[in-house]
Ligand binder design. Structure first.
Ligand code: AMP
Ligand code: MG
Length: 343
């Protein structure tokens, strides 16, 4: 299949919307990561997403809307607290799990009776969804298991020839976060945060009171409750090993590991504060440790850059777990398959 790759303008948005309406696949940017969109009401179209990504069929999709009144069309039993969340955080990087309306295909919900819904803040995403005038199922636009895409070149790398169209923006400024949305399950008596993201636990609690964090986010051995969270995720080709401790111990340990790995191609995922401490390897800084939003934005593109350089082992520094740091470390731990050396 030939994949159209087009910069966003009035014409290309109409073309992309037409493809979505006729059951095709379009990758588009959001303020978190690129999404791979299909008509959420068309089971056949949704199946193509799973095929293109190589995604297991029990890993449900997030449905994107660009007008609040669509929420009542696709979800039911919407609590007052869920409404509060939509008022406070939409459009934005928060996905809300609700009971689904019966006509939503099980292909979209991964065979569940619930549905994940998000209203993205990126204006191109909104224009496209409104032009298609449909709820759009859109998981991250990467090959299953790989880091999500934060630049259209990443999408080309993963999905060229497998989808109908990639639409992108010249300016990447609207990528404010670079990590996938926070997910909260609002179908339970006490809401549960299933995936951390830019909307933090504190922000959720401030808005609706009690929120529980899913056990598997706190304890590596716990089986995840969110379908999809059990699969391999965010993994570059290289083996990732996290080193955790204070800056001095962490960098000393990583230098020791570099020396021990002499005949391998080594990468170090460092920070602005530490990038000059390492030699004889590819050092990439995720940004300033005092600006975790920056680190979040850069994380996935850096993991992909190590792959482009055929790095075999990545030693990754760890980052503070406060605010968006919780989401950063969640993605990094999954990329490392929980291999962590504590010093
Ligand atoms: P992605 O869009 O690739 O970030 O993946 C979407 C993720 O949302 C899935 O992997 C699930 O973990 C989660 N998700 C989607 N729908 C549901 C649902 N109905 N219940 C719980 N988690 C969900
Ligand atoms: Mg994903």
């Amino acid at each position: 299949m030939k994949t159209l790759i087009e910069k966003a303008n009035g014409q290309s948005i109409q073309k992309a919307a037409q493809i979505l309406k006729s059951g095709g696949l379009v990758a588009f940017p959001t303020e978190t990561v690129y999404g791979l969109g299909a008509d959420a009401l068309n089971a056949k179209a949704v199946k193509k997403i799973y095929l293109a990504k190589g995604r297991p069929s029990d890993n449900p999709l997030i449905v994107h809307i660009a007008q609040l009144n669509y929420l009542n069309e696709i979800a039911k039993d919407i609590s007052a607290k869920a409404i509060e969340l939509t008022k406070k955080f939409w459009p934005g990087p928060l996905t809300i799990i609700l009971n689904k309306k019966d006509y939503i295909p099980y292909e979209t919900s991964g065979a569940l009776d619930t549905i994940a819904v998000r209203f993205p803040a990126n204006s191109l995403a909104q224009k496209l969804i409104n032009a298609a005038n449909l709820p759009i199922a859109a998981p991250s636009a990467n090959v299953s298991g790989k880091p999500s895409c934060t630049h259209f070149s990443h999408v080309i790398n993963d999905l060229d020839g497998k989808i109908d169209m990639i639409i992108y923006e010249e300016s990447e400024k609207e990528f404010s976060f670079g990590l996938e949305s926070t997910i909260i399950d609002m179908t339970l008596e006490i809401p549960v945060m299933l995936r951390p993201g830019a909307v933090t636990l504190e922000m959720l609690k401030d808005c609706i009171g009690d929120v529980i964090v899913a056990d598997n986010l706190l304890n590596d051995n716990e089986h995840p409750k969110a379908p999809g969270m059990k699969y391999k995720h965010y993994s570059p080709k290289a083996e990732v090993i996290i080193v955790s401790g204070n800056l001095e111990n962490m960098s000393a340990k990583i230098n020791e590991l570099i020396l021990q790995s002499e005949n391998k191609k080594i990468g170090v995922l460092a920070s602005d504060q530490t990038k000059n401490l390492y030699n004889n390897c590819l050092v990439l800084s995720a940004g300033n440790r005092n600006n975790l939003l920056d680190v979040a934005e850069n994380l996935f593109s850096i993991l992909r850059e190590f792959d482009l350089n055929d790095i075999e082992i990545i030693y990754a520094e760890s980052f503070p777990q406060n605010d968006i740091g919780f989401a950063i470390m969640n993605r990094l731990q999954k990329a490392a398959d929980y291999k962590i050396i504590r010093v």
